[in-house]
Design a protein around this ligand. Structure first.
Ligand code: IMP
Ligand code: MG
Length: 178
């Protein structure tokens, strides 16, 4: 894609693929013999979840939630609204929340509270990316793909104004012309 908004490549496609394979192997080991439902957070986690589930050697189900957090385009407020809820109950199930990126952590904090209230057997989090410098709440994130610096990134599911999700790599958004 030839586009001036695409800046420095932070995570090349090959590194994403290798890490997703590793995470898939780790989750497969951890959930051997246990029931597993992976919950993708729309829309950013779609590419990650699709690749991750193909690396699992254990049976798994998937479901999706869509949430919107009030705030500016690049800053979440922690006030979250559910746009699409799960199709089925997670009571007694082992849940892994699959997220594209944890920034302030406020969206995930809300999701964890909301899902734990439904009495699952367990809830863990698998995030492709985290920005530790931006974290405002301390959360247990069991599986992390990559820690990245405090830059706004696009690609591999992550958007800027709904575009660039289809980039194969994770790149910094060039904000010079935005
Ligand atoms: P948080 O509530 O601040 O942790 O924000 C989490 C959500 O904001 C993520 O699930 C993304 O949808 C979005 N987000 C945060 N940082 C970025 C970024 O660098 N690029 C694209 N989306 C981001
Ligand atoms: Mg998200």
């Amino acid at each position: 894609m030839d586009d001036s908004a695409i800046g420095e490549i932070l995570v090349p496609a090959e590194d994403l693929q290798r890490r997703v394979r590793e995470l898939g192997a780790e989750i497969s080991r951890d959930y051997e013999g246990r029931d597993l439902i992976m919950i993708g957070v729309l829309k950013g986690a779609v590419l990650f979840l699709a690749d991750l589930m193909r690396e699992l050697t254990v049976p798994c189900e998937i479901d999706f939630m869509a949430v919107s957090s009030y705030g500016s385009e690049t800053d979440s407020s922690g006030v979250v609204r559910i746009l699409k809820d799960l199709d089925s109950s997670i009571e007694g199930r082992n849940v892994v929340i699959v997220e594209d990126i944890i920034d302030s952590g406020l969206t995930l904090q809300y999701l964890l509270r909301n899902l734990r209230a439904r009495n699952p057997a367990s809830v863990e989090v698998c995030a492709l990316l985290t920005k530790p410098d931006r974290r405002r709440v301390d959360l247990p994130i069991r599986y992390v793909g990559f820690e990245i610096p405090n830059r706004y990134v696009i690609g591999y599911g992550l958007d800027y104004a709904q575009r660039y999700r289809n980039l194969g790599c994770v790149a910094v958004l060039n904000d010079s012309d935005h």
